[in-house]
Design a protein around this ligand. Sequence first.
Ligand code: GDP
Length: 192
Amino acid sequence: MDVEFVLSAPDLASRPPRVLPEFAFVGRSNCGKSSLINLFLDRRGMAKISGKPGKTRLLNYFLVDNTYYLVDLPGYGFAKVSKTLRAAWTRLMKAYLFAGDRPLAVIQLLDARHRPSAEDRLMTGWLHKAKLPFAVAVTKVDKVGRNKRGAHYQEIVDTLGLTPETPFFPTSAVTREGAGDLKAWIAAVLAT
Ligand code: GDP
């Protein structure tokens, strides 16, 4: 896999001039987004692990195989951030998800250990509303005992109101599972 960091965009006008399909990864701060992106790209340290929650509000663009962009969206987790920062994040996310001017699909990340938060549900609501192709990637599944995983997955599906059509990928940056399934889904979306 050929990967190239392109740029960090603070707003829509700063997105790369070259238009390609975008696959955006989004989730709560600390949900394991950087770790999953690094696993996916097979590059250690490509996405920065554990920045301060909510601090950066940048769309980070990576060009993959000269074919599509993987976009690392700013993590959310509103408990720790100011109202101003929260409003800025909401504005940027809605502008990005509803722009409609570029081909876009989204991978929403959920930590396998936790019941989805209000912000997680808000995000899923926007994805449904924007009618974007989207998949759910459950992260850190190695942290949940095998016999408990099914119940955790069901809770995520129920809390977010996911339909059976929503692709649902259990992943772990530790066991390295799930990245291949995500790649296959992206290939399928690109082929449509
Ligand atoms: P981000 O804030 O969403 O980018 O999350 P990070 O990728 O920085 O991960 C947050 C924390 O969870 C770090 O301490 C990671 O080492 C840990 N972590 C991330 N993915 C996994 C995983 O698949 N399994 C385990 N056990 N820990 C993980």
